[in-house]
Design a protein around this ligand. Structure first.
Ligand code: MRU
Length: 343
């Protein structure tokens, strides 16, 4: 099936390449406001990434590729400098590095004058591959679900986090299209509220029955609500198949195991990092505690309070039922099977 004819569509244009600039939807304002931020330089893309204007591992990678395309107009030295700047924007999602490396590889051996079209074409290809990969994962992931599934998902692994349909949410939406999903429960995802602001919004736009839960309600729901699967995305999968994802994912995996519920991870192979041996070596982004101490600018703790803000955690591969990639399903989720499919 061609990518255009896929029955489930990306609900919103959130990344637009216009030849001399990249327009990105400001996800910090969703779902209340639709506003685009214009990026004309690689530094603009790096800033938008760091400040969470755009987020989600695959989207960060695609945006970085276009950032490199913008830098390539100023020559090879600028391109290499842009690669270093973009890489510093966020530390955990390895898709960022893969996006940058793919552009540097496309530039290799290309005469200086031909750099801009070479890197731009490579960025467009990287973008298209993410869209196509999302669709393949949607089909593979949906085949794992039983009929009438009730699903918990965490953070936003939807269209807004990728260039296409999304990873975990792509699976959910396609499975819903096949009549296999009866209800979805996105966790709110403190402190950025990606679950309530973004995932719930995407599910509602596509008419998938969904009910929001706060992060601390998952255990109760698994015990009483008949959850059939947990499906999440990932920011980096280590060589041994340990999975790094939004903070709170590890807790969900433990709960799922305790309640005998399958725990699926959906991620493209651009999220796999064979150079990182296991999850303990994945750099976990720590953001400012101020982001935890306030909600929409309003203080929620005593003046002078301190707060941790770990943005991600690592789920040991033993707790993962299967990893769905665009190249196939890794089951059991261990280093040997991951290497066979995504190595
Ligand atoms: O901090 P964020 O919003 O960039 O974190 C995003 C996630 O943790 C997603 O689950 C992950 O990137 C997978 S998105 C397909």
């Amino acid at each position: 099936m061609s990518t255009r004819r896929f029955p489930v569509k990306d609900p919103i244009a959130h990344i637009l390449w216009e030849g001399d600039r990249l327009l990105v939807l400001d996800q910090r304002l969703l779902p209340r406001r639709i506003k685009y931020v214009s990026c004309r330089t690689a530094e603009d893309v790096a800033r938008a990434t760091k400040d969470m204007v755009l987020r989600g591992a695959p989207l960060i990678g695609v945006a970085a590729a276009y950032g490199m395309a913008l830098a390539s107009r100023h020559g090879r030295r600028e391109l290499e400098r842009a690669g270093r700047t973009l890489l510093r924007a966020r530390p955990t999602a390895v898709n960022l590095k893969h996006g940058i490396d793919a552009m540097l590889a496309a530039a290799e051996g290309v005469p200086e004058g031909r750099l801009p079209p070479a890197v731009e074409n490579a960025a467009r290809r990287f973008h298209r591959e993410d869209i196509a990969g999302n669709q393949r994962m949607a089909v593979l992931g949906a085949s794992l679900l039983k009929k009438d599934s009730r699903i918990i998902t965490h953070c936003n692994a939807g269209a807004l986090a990728t260039a296409g349909l999304g990873t975990a949410v792509g699976v959910i939406r396609y499975a819903h299209h096949l009549g296999k999903v009866t209800h979805v429960y996105p966790c709110e995802t403190r402190p950025y509220l990606q679950g309530s602001r973004l995932t719930l919004w995407e599910l509602m736009q596509s008419r998938v029955p969904a009910t929001l839960i706060t992060d601390n309600m998952a255990a109760h729901l698994m015990k009483t609500g008949g959850i059939d699967a947990v499906i999440v995305g990932s920011d980096r999968i280590a060589a041994n198949a340990d999975v790094c994802n939004k903070i709170g994912t590890y807790g969900l995996a433990i709960l799922a195991r305790h309640h005998g519920i399958p725990f699926y991870v959906v991620a493209p192979t651009t999220t796999v990092d064979v150079a990182t041996r296991d999850g303990s070596r994945i750099p976990i982004e720590e953001r400012s505690g101020a982001e935890v101490l306030r909600i929409f600018g309003r203080p929620i703790a005593p003046r002078g309070a301190r707060a941790h803000h770990f943005a991600f955690d690592v789920t040991p591969h033993q707790l993962v039922t299967a990893i769905v990639t665009e190249r196939g399903v890794v089951r059991p989720a261990d280093g040997r099977h991951l290497k066979r499919i995504a190595g």
